[in-house]
Design a protein around this ligand. Structure first.
Ligand code: NAD
Ligand code: ZN
Length: 341
């Protein structure tokens, strides 16, 4: 089968012929229909220091996908060929304390598809049945391919009650703008999104933000005043991975405000801890998605008019992957869909 492979320990990716995966007794075999490129894939493509530490070559990469089940292992009862599915990319151990307690998203030794084990940028993917999420028949396949990153946005945004609350989102990347759409859907009042990229800020507005702030030329404090806010934001979602943005977020929260941190910070990131203390902020780190409450919420919101389609900037055939990665590197892409059919 064809697959996008990190073949050697250097920048780039190649389209290769590799053996089809052989599903074990607890696995399903999925014929991949669409995939999407994640920032993680770009790290692997660029072969930065994280990728060098993490990826063992050769590796089929990719974890954002939708496909059709074509075969099932002998132990699989709940899935059948023909079902349209995506999959949770974190394969959990099943034996640690959190797994045993049903808190699988807190597994102490999860492995990631397309990172630690063979991934989804391929014609076929074998996945443990415990990681399969079935979509309703007829779902838009491009949207279904985005459930993994949409799940990051949903997991982050729904940590705290949003109804009637004012939300500040730092970073209008694909996950930030999808979070804006989720906050709008969930009944927030003002949703203010920040970035330095005018196209991304515009996308944030398209997807439901009240106000987009280019932090190079505007202050968040001034925008609060413009909106008639006097006490700060109730909820903050950090989705840039930038420490200046993180401190902007902290500085603009109300007393008792709640922050969720998804963006991955540099080790050297400094934080104004006294603002956290004196303003009695709650901070929660967010990783991945909850298995499977986040998946349930996503499915239901997509079925009740949550529209994330504007986040798709490119639809390409899998052979055009280089074009997609180049657009991601240039910052001219939001989500890039690769079609494997
Ligand atoms: P992205 O890099 O495409 O978007 C980040 C955005 O932040 C960019 O548009 C950038 O211009 C903007 N930005 C940079 N500096 C800023 C500043 N000072 N103020 C405001 N905006 C600023 O990333 P993404 O794919 O949307 O993901 C968002 C973040 O979440 C990334 O840091 C990513 O690594 C992280 N992530 C975490 C998880 C997790 O499980 N914790 C999962 C996926 C992604
Ligand atoms: Zn575990």
């Amino acid at each position: 089968m064809k697959a996008l492979v990190k073949k050697e320990a250097r920048p780039g990716l190649s389209l290769e012929d590799v053996p089809e995966p052989e599903p074990g007794i607890n696995d399903v075999l999925i014929k991949v229909k669409r995939t999407a490129i994640c920032g993680t894939d770009l790290h692997i493509y660029n072969w930065d220091s994280w990728a060098q530490k993490t990826i063992k070559v050769p590796m089929v990469i990719g974890h954002e996908f939708v496909g059709e089940i074509v075969d099932i292992g002998a132990n699989v009862n709940d899935f059948n060929p023909g079902q349209i599915v995506s999959g949770e990319g974190h394969v959990v151990c099943g034996r640690c304390r959190n797994c045993m307690a049903g808190r699988r998203h807190l597994c102490s030794s999860a492995s990631g598809i397309g990172v630690d084990r063979q991934g989804a940028f391929a014609e076929y993917l074998s996945l443990p049945m415990s990681n399969v999420w079935e979509h309703r028949p007829g779902i838009d396949l491009d949207i279904a391919a985005l459930f993994d990153p949409l799940g990051n946005a949903v997991h982050t945004a729904l940590q705290f009650d949003l109804l009637g609350e004012d939300v500040l989102i730092t970073g209008a990347g694909p996950i930030g703008v999808m979070a804006a759409a989720v906050c709008r859907h969930a009944g927030a009042r003002y949703i203010v999104i920040t970035d330095l990229n005018p196209d991304r800020l515009q996308l944030g507005l398209t997807m439901g933000a009240t106000r987009a702030v280019d932090v190079r030329s505007e202050s968040i404090e001034a925008v609060q005043a413009e909106l008639g806010m006097t006490e700060g934001f109730d909820i903050g979602l950090e989705m840039s991975g930038n420490s200046i943005a993180l401190n902007d977020l902290i500085a603009n929260m109300c007393h008792g405000g709640k922050l969720c941190l998804l963006g991955i910070q540099a080790e050297s990131a400094a934080v104004d801890w006294n603002a956290v203390i004196f303003n009695m902020l709650t901070i929660k780190g967010i990783y991945g998605r909850e298995m499977y409450e986040t998946w349930y919420k996503m499915s239901v919101m997509i079925d009740t008019s949550l529209d994330i389609s504007p986040v798709i900037s490119h639809r390409l055939a899998y052979g055009e992957f280089d074009e997609g990665f180049k657009a991601m590197r240039a910052g001219t892409a939001a989500k890039v869909i690769l079609n494997w059919e």
